[in-house]
Design a protein around this ligand. Structure first.
Ligand code: GLP
Length: 243
């Protein structure tokens, strides 16, 4: 795993955006695996800036998102479809028909199957962008006795519900389930970039960078088995985790 340490969170996102642009400029119809969450926001900001400068073209790019909350429609302000439209898709020349975010309504099991299909549809994901949960979750694969390879419906842990409650007016509104890519889906990407920032991510990142242990109690440690992972952290977090 390559580890890049930057001066700040914004710099980390700039580095990630640059790597995404490199993939798209190399392959016009690249397939990108995309992530939501606060961490990804500045990466999308930077991609929008590069696009406005005329230095990248998304017209043939295909995307598939990691996850979506169960019970929220794509119009709900906290849905991940809404996030993607607002933070990125609406501002660049991507064809929305080429973007896939799992449907959060209807039959969740069927929607998970559709996500699983879309991960491989038309070829492998060229680059997968990832954030990380404070408990080490990637996408919505929560720590536990076992992890699941294919896309599935996941029960969210209290830690994740608490972390995500900042976006909802009351904790009762926070969805308790999500449709998520599984570990096998994520590991199938040719290249993976993880951005992490903030002291609350230190424990999770320690597990990822220190030693060789792979454990279902920190799903991000599975990434140690992938041959092309870049972790981008800022100096502050790097100091906390000892890299
Ligand atoms: C959610 C998402 C993850 C994301 C994580 C961290 O649970 N499903 O994909 O990595 O939150 O989010 P944040 O970047 O807001 O800390």
């Amino acid at each position: 795993m390559e580890i890049i340490v930057t001066k700040s969170y914004t710099e980390s996102c700039k580095r990630a955006a640059k790597m995404i642009v490199a993939v798209v400029n190399e392959k016009k119809n690249a397939k990108l695996g995309l992530a939501t969450g606060s961490t990804a926001v500045a990466a999308y900001e930077e991609l929008k800036r590069i696009y406005k400068n005329g230095d990248v073209d998304f017209s043939d790019v295909k995307t598939v998102n990691l996850d979506e909350y169960c019970g929220l429609s794509g119009e709900h302000e906290q849905s991940y479809r809404y996030f993607m439209n607002e933070k990125f898709f609406n501002h660049v020349n991507i064809d929305k028909a080429n973007t896939f975010v799992a449907n959060g309504l209807g039959n969740f099991e069927e929607n998970a199957k559709e996500l699983d299909k879309m991960v491989y549809d038309g070829g492998t994901i060229d680059l997968q962008l990832l954030g990380i949960g404070r408990n080490g979750h990637i996408a919505f694969n929560e720590p536990g006795e076992s992890l699941i390879s294919c896309a599935h419906v996941e029960n969210l842990t209290q830690s994740t519900i608490d972390a995500n409650s900042r976006f909802f007016s009351t904790i009762d509104e926070v969805p308790t389930k999500a449709i998520t890519m599984g570990l096998g889906n994520i590991m199938s990407a040719k290249q993976i970039i993880v951005i992490a920032s903030g002291a609350e991510k230190a424990d999770a990142i320690k597990g990822l960078v220190n030693g060789n242990e792979i454990t279902t109690q920190n799903p991000s440690t599975m990434l140690k088995m992938h041959s092309n992972v870049t972790l981008i952290v800022d100096e502050e977090l790097a100091a906390l985790v000892g890299v």
